[in-house]
Design a protein around this ligand. Sequence first.
Ligand code: DX5
Length: 225
Amino acid sequence: MATGIEIVPSVLPCDFGALGTDLERLEDAGVDKIQFDVMDGHFVPNLTFGSDIIAAARKYTSLPFEAHLMIFAPENTLQRYVEAGCDLIIVHAEATVHLHRTLTQIRDLGVRSAVALNPATPISAVEYVLDSCDMVLIMTVNPGFGGQAYIQEMEPKIVALKRLLSDRNLDIPIEVDGGISPKTVVGAVKAGATHLVSGSSIFSSPRGLKGAVAEIRELAEAATN
Ligand code: DX5
């Protein structure tokens, strides 16, 4: 039975001087899609990269790309991430004044839309835009940096979101991002998450990338039963 589990590496731990090589390694390791953590230094206290880096990375893998826009006013630059080769664009509910319009704009550009919620933001913030979403991302850290501790208090929020989606007959995935590792993935999946963003855990695993991806996938698949 398809469990819907997807392993989604964050590029934050990658060697940005050899990003293409790391993307080839990730594809070889069996990941399902790649998450690019775009940060503007204002919405989050860190600055990473923009659409040009994603465009440069596109030729190194055929895997789907998702842009996690941790930036204010993402509506101003959506087209650039589509042109860069992203199949899905994630915007933060806290970062755009007109969230419904922004999500609709993403779909009008021909790609899938998703909304992300910071740990303190209740799921009521997205209650009236779920029909405009192809995924919901529950942050399990405060965004801005990799290597942070998983916030277990987010699990009841995942459970509540899962119930809301079920009540609405919306079959869209819940993605979690932040501190996902072999120690935390089971709790997140049992709560209802299926798309699992991981950075530091898979890149630092003694098992190597392929072994780390397989380990998280095995634990996640088993937790869906
Ligand atoms: C937070 C980043 C991180 C990253 C995953 O802004 O979005 O959550 O993707 O990093 P790890 O897996 O190291 O927590």
